[in-house]
Design a binder for this molecule. Structure first.
Ligand SMILES: Cc1cc2nc3c(=O)[nH]c(=O)nc-3n(C[C@H](O)[C@H](O)[C@H](O)COP(=O)(O)OP(=O)(O)OC[C@H]3O[C@@H](n4cnc5c(N)ncnc54)[C@H](O)[C@@H]3O)c2cc1C
Length: 820
């Protein structure tokens, strides 16, 4: 009865607006910045209710535990949300076996209250005790326990309700694939309703704390903590913003009498002092220094002996800000293999400081290797970096966070590490896959267990791509958009006859692999374009030279992966890309080093003022981009740019040092490029001959009206079903003509004899692909504009018209159609 009453109260609380009162509810997480409208919230008190709901609910089902995850992991639009918090009883307990079986909605705190009188403690849990067992299992959490790792290591078995309503037991030996898929699976496989967990002795622990340079920490940890079985808890806080000092704190098993009598932190404890301290640290000038040099020495002074359960019963209320209207405290976490510790810390510090992140704390934890969960974040023994920071709640604040989060993710994955999934969903699909390389096996299991994609939430909406016929949940687009219906397929007999006719047309067929392989070439138009725009308003030293090198090669790798094994290896093209990519790498590597050292110093001496030479460099950069959009880059006259530099800028003038520094470096740049261009021009002509200018395509619905004003589009041949062979211009003009034609009703059946074509578009970073055709092959942030990303769309040619129209409706730009 008590449960039922609480259940109805919880359901009523989830309904926030009278407009939604009958059927809909808004669910949110602890940050209050991720509201998701769901159809209904169900608060079951029995497993039977869950089985019924999963079986009978026709739409998506999401699962909520304590709702402390921070990126919509517990809900999706129009879902039935199963709020597990009232399925919270202890089912079985054995003191001898040190084992407890619980319903999944139970919190750690409730288990602690149950086992503490038996002198037992949970083997693994987080630092705070408010989380539910089901939510923690689905995240596969960790705590501060030494010699332990992910929660899965303390799980003996689970019971889970699958998408078809069956209730299944899973353990490392029984249905192991479900066990290792559901633990750490963020509710994708089903509803975990019960778990049997290992317990440990509730021993007394003594606190020991030491401050040291960050460079000494790994040695300290391996000598004093890693192999020391007496150490129960350990973590180390890195002090921002210098990130060069850590406070390492261990809780070591002891026989000494306790100095803290209470066995669990009282549930009604007041946290206003803690909250005030966090506020001072995050908001007051000198707050961080105050913490490091005054508050922490006070907090960690003197002897402290307490019970293990006391140290494990923290309450998240201590972190709760006064208001979350304008800002919120948020968490992130990154994992790196232990031996890469020294590389990650400075990379992380540089990113956080460069972006001015309001970092409150970075806590280092340690975890042993995961035993085999499909979404393991500890693929090897790792150090975890828990980042606690404050962020604003506006869209611009979120965009800013997205940008630096992605940089941190890259920094961690570059070292063979991962980022943590219960936080804001900022990672691109590539980043997700880099961090979780067994994602394919995970998704394959999901497809098998949940073929209709019933279990959904915002995390899986972002990364799981079910078959095209299955319902997909994507955020609704902001502008009114059309979904263009597909064209009826042609008669196969007629098609055969047309194919025979086309096979005799000279120059009709091009190598389909080229649509993917020409992408890297075009990047060397887009990057200079971004560079030219950047120079107009920002100092040259701030351009992401190294980032663009990394991005170039990663795009190349992705493009190559699409073609590998599917098309014959195109030696000529790969050699060409390697040549231009290496040139770009050398050029930007040199520029990056120079601009970040000498350039930066000269900029600083000029007080950040731009000289005539800076303006001229920006002008030349733009002129170069305008030129290479139409002509090969090596035709550009760098000699003219050099002449301009010396003719159009004064020899003497304000900020003389910067002026001459620019004159010399730009002269060197233009001179070297002029020589190099001459060389490449000769080589290119010898290898490839002159570029062609015509693209042939088979089009449908090509009316006289559609061709009006299209001087460069010609009808070469008509066929019995009304389709025509078109001659179109190439490159940017092809893109523009294709966009104009489809708006006038034309569609393509084949382009250059091919049925697949690649296009790129620069879209808002938050946009999730929701077009009625095509798919995103890969995407990367635009490095100079963090609010946008570049997406590469694989378009079936017969659907190209739909894709182009739907992109235009969203007011996005098609950057290029890669016409082989
Ligand atoms: C202040 C704070 C401190 C934190 N400290 C730590 C820490 O020390 N270590 C750590 O690892 N993490 C930590 N986290 C992250 C936190 O542990 C996870 O978000 C955890 O899942 C929270 O549990 P929950 O009950 O709130 O789960 P929820 O956020 O409600 O759910 C998490 C995921 O599990 C799924 N889920 C929930 N219940 C079930 C179920 N019964 N069956 C199937 N799927 C289910 C949900 O759909 C969702 O995808 C912290 C978070 C906060 C806010």
């Amino acid at each position: 009865m008590r449960k039922l009453l609480l259940a109805s109260l919880l359901a009523a609380c989830a309904v926030q607006s009278p407009a939604f009162a009958r059927s809909a509810a808004i669910v949110n997480d602890v940050t209050q910045i991720n509201p998701v409208p769901v159809e209904r919230v169900l608060v079951p008190t029995t497993i039977g209710e869950i089985v019924d709901a999963v079986r009978s609910h026709p739409g998506p089902v999401s699962i909520g535990g304590g709702r402390f995850s921070q990126g919509g992991q517990t809900a999706t639009e129009r879902a039935l949300q199963i709020d597990m918090r009232q399925l919270d009883d202890v089912v079985d307990f054995s003191k001898e076996r040190k084992e407890i079986t619980v319903e999944a909605g139970i919190t750690w705190r409730k288990i602690q209250e149950y086992v503490d009188p038996h002198d037992l403690s949970l083997q693994i849990m987080q630092s705070y005790s408010n989380f539910t067992v089901g939510g923690s299992l689905s995240v596969n959490v960790h705590g501060r326990y030494v010699g332990q790792g992910p929660l899965v290591l303390s799980v003996r078995s689970i019971r889970i309700v699958l998408a078809d309503g069956t209730l299944v037991k899973a353990s490392p030996s029984e249905n192991p694939e479900i066990f290792y898929g559901a633990i750490g699976g963020y509710g994708a496989m089903g509803v975990i309703v019960e778990a049997t967990l290992s317990l440990a002795d509730n021993v007394r622990v003594e606190r020991r704390s030491a401050v040291m340079p960050v460079s000494a920490y790994r040695g300290f940890f391996s000598e004093n903590v890693r192999g020391n079985h007496e150490v129960v808890f350990h973590n180390a806080d890195i002090y921002p913003d210098a990130f060069d000092t850590v406070r390492a704190t261990s809780y070591v098993r002891t026989e000494k009498p306790v100095t803290v009598e209470t066995r669990l932190i009282p549930g009604d404890r007041s946290y206003w002092v803690d909250r005030m301290a966090f506020r001072i640290i995050s908001e007051c000038p000198g707050g961080r220094a105050l913490r490091q040099h005054v508050l922490d020495p006070i907090v960690f002074r003197g002897e402290r002996v307490e019970w293990r359960n006391y140290e494990a019963s923290y309450d998240v209320r201590e972190l709760e800000p006064v208001s979350r209207r304008n800002s919120s405290y948020v968490l992130q976490e990154y994992f790196v293999p232990v031996e890469r510790f020294e590389e990650f810390v400075p990379a992380m510090a540089a990113i956080l400081n460069r972006h001015g992140v309001n970092t409150v704390n970075v806590s280092i934890r340690h975890a042993t290797q995961d035993p085999g969960t499909l979404l393991a974040w500890a693929r090897t023994e790792v150090f975890a970096f828990v980042l606690y920071y404050k962020q604003g709640t506006t869209d611009a604040d979120r965009e800013a966070v997205r940008a630096w989060t992605r940089e941190l993710i890259d920094a961690a994955t570059a070292l063979g590490g991962a980022y943590y999934l219960p936080y804001q969903v900022h990672a691109t699909e590539q980043q997700f896959r880099a961090a979780y390389p067994r994602a394919d096996a995970f998704f394959a299991l999901k497809t098998r267990l949940d073929p209709t994609n019933k279990f959904r939430n915002k995390l899986w909406d972002a990364y799981y791509r079910p078959g095209p016929d299955l319902p997909q949940t994507r955020p609704a687009a902001k502008v009114a958009v059309r979904v263009v219906p597909p064209i009826a397929p042609p008669d196969p007999e007629v098609e055969k006859r047309i194919a025979t006719a086309l096979s005799g047309v000279a120059g009709y067929k091009r190598d389909e692999a080229q649509t993917y392989l020409t992408l890297p070439e075009w990047l060397l138009v887009y990057y200079p374009d971004e560079y030219a725009r950047f120079l107009k308003g920002k100092p040259a030293s701030e351009f992401p030279y190294f980032g663009s090198i990394v991005q170039f090669w990663s795009f190349y790798r992705d493009a190559y992966n699409v073609t590998r094994g599917k098309y014959p290896f195109n030696w000529g093209y790969h050699v060409m890309v390697l040549v231009i990519g290496s040139s770009y790498t050398v050029e930007n590597g040199i520029k990056g080093v120079y601009e970040n050292t000498v350039g930066r110093l000269a900029e600083w001496l000029a007080g950040g003022t731009m000289t005539q030479e800076d303006f001229l460099a920006a002008e030349v950069a733009q002129d170069y981009v305008d030129f290479i959009r139409l002509e090969p880059w090596y035709e550009y006259s760098f000699a003219r740019a050099l002449k301009q530099l010396w003719a159009e800028t004064d020899i003497f003038g304000p900020h003389l040092l910067r002026k001459w520094e620019r004159k010399l470096i730009l002269s060197a740049e233009y001179l070297v490029k002029a020589q190099y261009a001459t060389l490449i021009k000769l080589a290119t002509k010898a290898a490839y001959g002159n570029a062609d200018t015509e693209m042939l395509a088979l089009g449908g619905n090509v009316t006289p009206g559609a061709l009006e004003g299209e001087a460069q589009v010609k009808v070469l041949k008509s066929f019995e079903d009304g389709s025509v062979l078109l001659s179109l211009p190439r490159y940017d003009e092809f893109r523009d003509a294709a966009q104009r034609l489809v708006r006038k009703g034309v569609y393509f059946r084949e382009i250059a004899g091919n049925r697949q074509i690649l296009l790129t578009s620069v879209v808002p970073a938050t946009w999730q692909y929701d077009l009625s055709a095509g798919s995103v092959l890969f995407e990367r942030p635009v490095l100079t504009d963090t609010g946008h990303k570049r997406i590469a769309i694989n378009a079936p040619v017969p659907s190209l018209h739909r894709i182009l129209i739907e992109i235009a409706d969203r007011e996005f730009e098609v950057e290029h159609i890669y016409d082989y």
